[in-house]
Design a binder for this molecule. Structure first.
Ligand code: NAI
Ligand code: MG
Length: 340
């Protein structure tokens, strides 16, 4: 059995961290072939599209996809839209998962072990917007079906992972229709798993609690835009954007990526922290059912943190190549499973 892994390096530091992750996956001796396809802004400039049809066709046939990052200019560029939303829509990747755990770093807040699950297919984040003169309008579409689907997915995930509590996050006191429907549909779906504890928080309170008492959370379930924002905030407890990883999952496809963007400020300097992408690769291995390889890769990344192999974002001087070499050495040592 050999897997087909499609790599989408993208823009900025994307190619640097994806090359590192491929080397690490190869060192883990995963039986796989790796196919690399273009995506993103540089691809748009070159080919006139940010998500070429060949890229889309390849990701459809892949066992899993590892995405680096895609850059988007803040100002409007005619014809350009970030392909990330289109990719999620085309592949029906309706669940976005972002785990955050206390890292083995000095000064890290102990006891944090939470997961943000974000509905990935609707809400303001899909960017249905119009401008007329000096008025801009965004459309927020929330459906019962998508809300119930993400709630069912979250309950199943929580049970698989031995998690016990789901905190539903919304703003139904003000957005009575959109958040109200999300809340109603999610609570109804979650009623099917009475063994899971369910509570709810308004999004502003959730943000405050995440900043104040992150250890109180287990699974956070929320809508697309709230999830985008809360998961970045939560990632601070996990060692920051240089470590945060995410999975975009649907019934048939799975795309794994670091939470960070293309980091144009450090691109090309060889100092990007590859651990976020190694974390995404770990989620990818778990998704494939390669649990032993996932555990070994996770242990190797933890060892790099513990032993001070830190890139500048963590206060160290290691390069992307240093971290990658350390992780590969750790993976290829005899009896790495004993390191767990
Ligand atoms: P960013 O995540 O690219 O960078 C934020 C800060 O974190 C920067 O100072 C950067 O140097 C640092 N950083 C990020 N990843 C790092 C890593 N692996 N190692 C060390 N430092 C790291 O966010 P920013 O600057 O807001 O966005 C830059 C571009 O990325 C934009 O065009 C944005 O649209 C895009 N973006 C793409 C995402 C994706 O592809 N999924 C997600 C977020 C942003
Ligand atoms: Mg984000």
């Amino acid at each position: 059995m050999s897997y087909t892994i499609v790599l989408l390096p993208g823009d900025g530091i994307g190619p640097e961290v994806i090359a590192a992750a491929q080397a690490v996956l190869e060192a883990s001796e995963l039986p796989a072939r790796y196919l690399s396809y273009p995506i993103g802004y540089a691809c748009f400039r070159r080919e006139g599209t940010a998500l070429p049809p060949e890229t889309l066709a390849a990701v459809r046939t892949a066992d899993a996809v590892l995405l680096g990052a895609v850059g988007s200019p803040l100002e409007r560029v005619p014809g350009y839209r970030s392909p990330v939303v289109a990719l999620r829509r085309e592949l029906e990747l309706y669940a976005c998962l972002r785990p955050v755990r206390t890292p083995p770093l000095p000064g890290a807040r102990p006891g944090v072990d939470l997961v943000v699950v974000r509905e990935n297919s609707e809400d303001l984040y899909v960017g249905q917007e119009q401008r007329e003169g000096d008025t801009a309008v965004a459309q927020r579409v929330i459906t019962r079906e998508a809300s119930a689907r993400i709630a069912r997915w979250t309950a199943a995930y929580a049970q698989r992972q031995g998690r016990r509590r789901i905190t539903l996050v919304h703003k139904a006191n003000v957005l009575r229709e959109t958040c109200g429907l999300f809340r109603e549909a999610a609570l109804a779906a979650l009623a099917a798993t009475p063994e899971l504890q369910v509570d709810e928080l308004l999004v502003d309170t959730a943000a405050y609690q995440l900043a104040r008492a992150p250890e109180r959370f287990d699974v956070i379930l929320t809508t697309n835009l709230f999830g985008d924002i809360l998961s970045d905030a939560a990632s601070a407890w996990g060692g920051g954007l240089g470590l945060a990883a995410s999975a975009n999952l649907g019934e048939r496809h799975a795309v794994f990526e670091p939470v960070h963007g293309s980091a144009p400020d450090i691109a090309g300097r060889g100092i990007a922290n590859p651990l976020a992408t190694f974390g995404a690769a770990t989620l990818l291995l778990e998704h494939l059912g390669e649990h032993a390889r996932a555990a070994r890769l996770h242990a190797a990344c933890q060892a790099a943190l513990r032993q001070g192999v830190w890139t500048p974002d963590l206060g160290g001087q290691a390069t992307t190549a240093d971290v990658t070499r350390f992780v590969i050495d750790h993976l290829t040592q005899p009896e790495p499973a004993a390191q767990l």
